[in-house]
Design a protein around this ligand. Structure first.
Ligand SMILES: COC(=O)c1ccnc(N)c1
Length: 244
């Protein structure tokens, strides 16, 4: 997978050289390229923004600069490319988006600043056959799209086949296939701060452990994310689940 990030603060993305994403790049699983939007400006001041039509506070990022940048970054193919515009006014990014994007050929992240990017940019690339996603990482406002891009790149990159050692570990995660939050986890020492490990986890009885974990996941989800319980496919629940 190729991932391009276009920003006026490219250094913000240097953290992507570390950890999982950095390893993936070294292993050739991920071709990540970060670009400075100002490299596509033509004036002396390297201007990327201007005042909003219709008035109002702040500045809006110019479509012409973004257009030449995205055209170049997309190379030739609109096919298989996804343009992601992080914005507080977007659809909320979820694990489902991460799963869908993990099989894309190319992701291009357009990091807006100021009051955002001229709306014609998203419209133009949709018309050109590019899959455009305007995505929010939650109900709060940031100063730019860079942090949200980091979040989404990490959520997607870890799902690329070969990225994590044991793909099994992806199944039981929160927001995974079961549609539940993950159960509580424990490790050594067995006793800490006068707190013990739940007995069943020391029993070696795998069926009971599995049942205990699912019960805890259901309870935690019901307590913290009733919306996820409401969205559960009831057909996937057994009578024990329903009795909880
Ligand atoms: C400028 O971008 C944002 O403020 C932003 C982007 C994505 N998700 C958010 N919740 C905010």
């Amino acid at each position: 997978m190729r991932v391009d990030v276009v920003s006026i603060f490219p250094d913000y993305l240097s953290v992507l050289d570390l950890s999982l994403v950095g390893k993936a790049r070294q292993r050739g699983l991920l071709d990540l390229r970060v670009h400075d939007l100002r490299d596509w400006t033509t004036d002396r001041h390297r201007t990327v923004d201007d005042t909003p039509f219709g008035g109002g506070a702040g500045m809006v990022m110019r479509p012409d600069v973004w257009g030449v940048a995205i055209d170049e970054v997309l190379g030739g193919g609109a096919e298989g490319a996804h343009l992601i515009v992080p914005t507080p006014s977007g659809e909320v990014f979820t694990q489902r988006h991460a799963e869908a994007l993990a099989s894309a050929e190319q992701l291009v992240f357009a990091c807006g600043r100021y009051e955002g990017i001229d709306a014609r940019v998203a419209e133009h690339y949709r018309d050109a056959g590019v899959t455009v996603h305007e995505l929010s990482i939650g109900d709060y406002v940031l100063n730019g799209g860079e942090v949200a891009s980091l979040v989404m790149i990490e959520a997607v990159a870890r799902l690329i086949p070969g990225m994590v050692g044991n793909p099994e570990s992806l199944v039981e995660e929160s927001h995974g296939a079961a549609g539940l939050l993950e159960y509580p986890v424990y490790t050594k020492p067995p006793s800490w701060a006068d707190l013990e490990i739940p007995e069943v986890l020391l029993s070696g009885h795998h069926a009971k452990i599995e049942r205990w974990r699912r019960d805890r996941a259901l309870e935690r989800t019901a307590a913290r994310r009733p919306d996820m319980i409401a969205a559960l496919d009831v057909a996937g629940l057994d009578k024990h689940d329903l009795a909880l």
